[in-house]
Design a protein around this ligand. Structure first.
Ligand code: ADP
Length: 258
């Protein structure tokens, strides 16, 4: 606790008492720690690709590397650059969300069409892992939303389902509406998330398995961005998971009919 105090006086200017303020520091302390942890995470995430790029370029600069090996090295460097670009893009987006600088465009959108487009973008990923897609889609009237924001949330969630499910998995996607909400549910029968990790899963950079996430090209920021976008929308995002059985992520978007 931080303690501050000041005397107060009555009408006759006599000291009548003392005001004492106890300020709870635990929250401030927590925030400070979170900030430090965040900077440490960002530095670490950037350090890894930089180290790789540096060592590969150094080897390339040595003479005696044949063309084929050289190409292979360049591919690695290219991939690491892409990783850094993804990370910086996600960080910038989080920073914009933090400073409320994101400009929400409200436009008339068919959520059915939006979902279709997203699935088209992920078609290759689905085929690549031979996942089965089960759809339960209700035809909904157009709504007014920020298309890019919602698209990113849905894309993140479905690509996580694809990524964290072993080959030949099943991913169920449903689109319904209830009361004043649009409800999108993405259910996979993938690796699942251990219970002790579930409460931290929306934190920035929190990952169950760092190695696996990295290998799959993840930044560890997808779910935290999704959560922040949903909050800005007064929407909800809820994750339920059973380790070894699968995960369900549900988002609820408040309805603004056209
Ligand atoms: P990442 O870029 O690592 O995928 P996210 O923020 O999207 O970052 O997700 C955070 C972590 O949550 C992932 O690293 C993974 O451990 C876990 N996760 C997310 N979605 C799923 C899912 N559908 N099944 C299993 N684990 C998941």
């Amino acid at each position: 606790y931080k303690v501050k105090y000041a005397p107060f006086k009555d009408e006759g200017n006599n000291i009548a008492g003392l005001i004492i303020v106890f300020q709870d520091m635990t929250n401030e302390h927590k925030l400070d720690n979170m900030r430090k942890e965040f900077v440490a995470n960002v530095s670490h995430e950037l350090k890894t690709p930089i180290t790789t790029i540096k060592s590969y370029t150094e080897t390339l600069m040595d003479n005696g590397i044949d063309n084929e090996t050289g190409k292979m090295f360049l591919t690695v460097i290219d991939n690491e650059c892409d990783r850094m670009a993804r990370l910086v893009k996600d960080l910038l987006q989080l920073s914009n969300l933090d400073y409320k600088k994101t400009v929400w465009k409200k436009e008339e959108v068919s959520i059915n069409k939006l979902l279709e487009d997203i699935l088209l973008k992920l078609e290759f990923a689905f085929k690549n892992k031979n996942h089965k897609l089960e759809l339960n889609i209700k035809e909904l009237p157009d709504i007014v939303i920020d298309k890019d924001g919602i698209e990113q949330v849905i894309l993140n969630i479905i690509s996580n389902a694809v990524k964290y499910t072993e080959d030949n998995g099943t991913i169920e996607i449903s689109l319904t509406d209830e009361n004043n909400f649009i409800n999108i549910k993405v259910k996979d029968n993938g690796i699942g998330i251990p219970e002790e990790d579930q409460k931290r899963i929306f934190e920035r950079f929190y990952r169950v398995e760092k190695g696996r996430s990295r290998e799959l090209g993840g930044t560890g920021l997808g779910l935290s961005i999704a959560k922040q976008i949903m909050e800005a929308y007064q929407g909800q995002i809820v994750l339920n998971s059973k380790f070894g059985e699968g995960t369900t992520v549900e988002i609820k978007i408040p309805y603004e009919k056209v």
